[in-house]
Design a protein around this ligand. Structure first.
Ligand SMILES: C[S@@+](CC[C@H](N)C(=O)[O-])C[C@H]1O[C@@H](n2cnc3c(N)ncnc32)[C@H](O)[C@@H]1O
Length: 367
């Protein structure tokens, strides 16, 4: 895959790099703000599940603008932003960073400690688990993150404050809405145009924090029970229909469309990502790439071939090259050899893999 292919496929990824945001998610928060005015008057905010930090960048920018405006009126308190994530985050000016799991009481207590006797105006949470592909499991973990975020919010949000969080619009989402409505009279489900239509992600915007009278925040309250619940039995005030708000008007690019690189007549220039991950799981591969002497044809990284267990690339190449030799007259074999001559390792592996799989299926057909 070429360096520019993701730029072609994903306009928000490209724009994020051009505008200096660490992730394309920045546009989601900005578009939610355009529709729901979530930053008005905000000087203290918490960013839960913040890495790599594009929402924190947006918060820093918006809260500083608010501070400048407030200074002109002579009534200003300096911005305070606390950001938390499981993963390490590169530093950002004006953002206090914590590393920890928001479902863990210790992390929650550390966040709360930063607000010693003060309260936040806004809590945002873009938390997403590493999806497993098992939908029920992913949705369950996502809702646990949301509830952990809500629990922390009940400790630090000032009455009247705003909570914004990612949700998955799935089967039990009405239960989440109903639980959020216990704490907030206004709950909206928003879908920014930078969030792909193909994704079940959406964002709840909950305004005017008003905990029920006598409610004492604590960390022990599992809000979701695992008992099956028939929502059709809920009626009247108990059945909540949450307004669905699309954010970002038709002039904004569509996140599911591929745009030409010279979009809107602007001359295209490639930009490196603003902030690369600090310790990504593919660090070993990057270090191999950084070493110009690495010959990927010799690098022993494992590959998985359909219906077979993992094998090392060198072992796989040996078997596939033997296949190419037997079929030296074919077009595929010529392509393999050209790719090898031109030293294009990724193409070699692709071509060899196809060749190997077709040889295997012919073998099966012939037997
Ligand atoms: C979509 S990313 C957030 C992107 C971020 N809003 C930005 O703009 O850069 C989701 C983040 O959730 C974090 N996360 C997932 N589970 C978490 C947990 N239990 N505690 C803290 N962070 C968590 C992941 O580490 C990941 O960085």
């Amino acid at each position: 895959m070429g360096k520019t292919s993701k730029d072609k496929r994903d306009i928000y990824y490209r724009k994020a790099k051009e505008e200096g945001w660490r992730a394309r998610s920045a546009f989601k928060l900005l578009q939610i703000d355009t529709e729901c005015r979530i930053f008005d008057g905000v000087s203290k905010a918490v960013d839960l599940c913040a890495a790599p930090g594009s929402w924190s960048q947006v918060l820093a920018r918006k809260l500083n603008e608010n501070y400048k405006k407030a200074l002109e009126k002579g009534d200003a308190s300096p911005p305070k932003i606390v950001a938390v994530d499981l993963q390490a985050m590169a530093p950002l000016e004006g953002v206090i960073q914590l590393q920890g799991d928001i479902t863990n009481t210790n992390t929650a207590e550390q966040i709360i400690a930063h607000f010693d006797n003060t309260q936040a105006d806004l809590v945002v949470c873009d938390g997403a688990p590493d999806v497993t592909g098992l939908h029920d499991m992913d949705i369950f973990i996502q809702s646990q993150l949301l509830l952990a975020a809500l629990n922390i919010t009940t400790h630090i949000l000032r009455p009247g404050g705003t909570f914004v969080a990612k949700i998955f619009r799935a089967k039990d989402v009405s239960l989440l809405y109903a639980q959020l409505r216990i704490f907030f009279p206004y709950v909206y489900c928003t879908k920014p145009s930078s969030s792909r239509n193909s994704s079940i992600e959406a964002f709840v915007v909950c305004k005017d924090y008003s905990p029920p009278e006598g409610y004492k925040p604590h960390m022990l309250n599992p809000l979701l029970t695992h008992e099956p619940c028939n929502f059709d039995e809920l009626t009247g005030i108990n059945r909540v229909v949450v307004p669905f708000v699309v954010c970002g008007d038709l002039s904004q690019p569509d996140s599911d469309t591929c745009y030409p690189l010279d979009y809107e007549g602007k001359e295209y220039e490639y930009h490196e990502p603003v902030q690369t991950p600090i310790s990504p799981p593919y660090a070993t591969a990057l270090s191999l790439l950084a070493n110009k002497d690495t010959d990927f044809r010799k690098a022993d990284v494992s590959v998985v071939i359909e219906n077979e267990g993992p094998s090392s690339i060198s072992e796989f190449k040996k078997r596939a090259l033997a296949t190419a030799d037997r079929r030296s007259h074919t077009e595929t074999s010529t392509a393999t050899k050209t790719a090898l001559d031109e030293n294009k390792d990724d193409e070699v592996v692709d071509v060899l893999q196809n060749l190997y799989i077709s040889e295997k299926s012919e073998h099966v057909d012939n037997n």
